[in-house]
Design a protein around this ligand. Structure first.
Ligand code: PEP
Ligand code: MG
Length: 325
């Protein structure tokens, strides 16, 4: 099978009914970069910048961050890299950066919250990214956004850094794309405002599932109780896709859900056209989608999602569809 997936590397990811799907990979360290070519991923849909911080024994200096991003972009050799700003706190522990003990770290001082309270840290990172991407395309996004105002605050800091760099004669990225991760349910009631404020949205399904079902993502005893392919979560995801279409905003998904063929199939069925996953999943997901009739699947999935009387299992419907098509 490994050989079979390898042979698919250069095959364009297009469903049987002609839908072009963008398959990207998740990464976080330089050792991940060779996987771009090996897996045939179109680019990096999620680059977890906190990994550089998590494996260091002291806070990486501005120059170290810049060099790191420069190397990542160099090795990506023109394929798009989506850098996520620091997502520390919660399940992502940085030993030398300790906040106060928290009773509920997942709901605590983390990610963009921490970044906005320590703007020096965020500005250093933004500057390092801008400098590393001089003359190139820079795509960046912020994690754990809860209110659209937080995006505006980050944009303002980003703008300051751009001005600062141009005042001192530094080169700037040729193109800048600014996005938000959608992982906190509160954003579901701000979708139009959110999409007006960003260039793209990336759904962090690991956290969005954790927060919408109120189950700790690291605690299988509770997280396995509910099915991400059940109606509630798929309806949430479909609402996001529809908002993207309505607002003409690119929507991608970069959680674990994208990496399993059956769940990736469900995502394509509800309209996702860009996903990011671990590199090892690209081959199996591509093999699946090449044989997929996405519009036929959309039809049966929407029927069940719109049916408020039926308690039929979406997972069974998906398994049945996969077997019979
Ligand atoms: C997610 O939450 O789905 C995600 C992609 O980010 P992380 O797993 O790093 O929290
Ligand atoms: Mg997350």
């Amino acid at each position: 099978r490994q050989e079979q997936f390898r042979a698919l590397r250069s095959v364009e990811p297009r469903t049987k009914d002609g839908q072009r799907i963008s398959l990207m990979m998740n990464a976080g360290l330089l050792v991940d970069l060779p996987q771009l070519a090996d897996s045939g991923a179109e680019g990096i849909g999620l680059f977890r910048t906190e990994l550089q911080f998590m494996i260091a024994s002291t806070m990486p200096k501005a120059e170290e961050q810049e060099l790191f991003y420069r190397n990542v972009l160099k090795q990506a050799a023109g394929r798009v890299v989506t850098f996520r700003t620091l997502d520390i706190g919660g399940d992502k522990v940085v030993p030398y950066f300790r906040g106060h003990e928290e009773e509920n770290p997942a709901l605590g001082w983390r990610a963009i919250r921490l970044s906005l309270d320590r703007p020096g840290l965020l500005r250093t990172q933004l500057r390092a990214m801008l400098k590393a991407a001089a003359g190139l395309e820079l795509k960046l996004m912020v994690p754990m956004v809860t209110e659209v105002s937080e995006i505006a605050a980050v944009r303002e800091l980003l703008q300051k850094e751009v001005q600062h760099l141009s005042r001192f004669g530094h080169g700037l990225p040729r193109k800048l794309q600014f996005g938000a991760m959608l992982e906190v349910p509160a954003l579901l009631w701000q979708l139009d405002e959110l999409m007006a404020a960003v260039d793209f949205v990336s759904v962090g399904s690991n956290d969005l599932f954790q927060f919408s079902m109120a189950v700790d993502r690291g605690n299988a005893r509770v997280s396995d109780r509910f099915d991400p392919l059940g109606k509630p979560f798929l309806r949430i995801l479909r609402d996001i896709v529809r908002a993207g279409e309505r607002n003409n905003t690119q929507v991608t998904l970069c959680g674990e859900l994208a990496g399993k063929p059956i769940s990736a199939m469900a995502l394509f069925g509800i309209g996702f056209r860009a996903v990011s996953m671990s590199p090892a999943s690209i081959g199996p997901v591509k093999a699946m989608l090449l044989g997929l009739d996405a519009s036929a699947l959309a039809k049966v999935m929407n029927e069940l999602l719109d049916d408020t009387k039926s308690t039929a299992s979406m997972r069974e419907l998906l398994a049945h569809f996969a077997e019979t098509h």
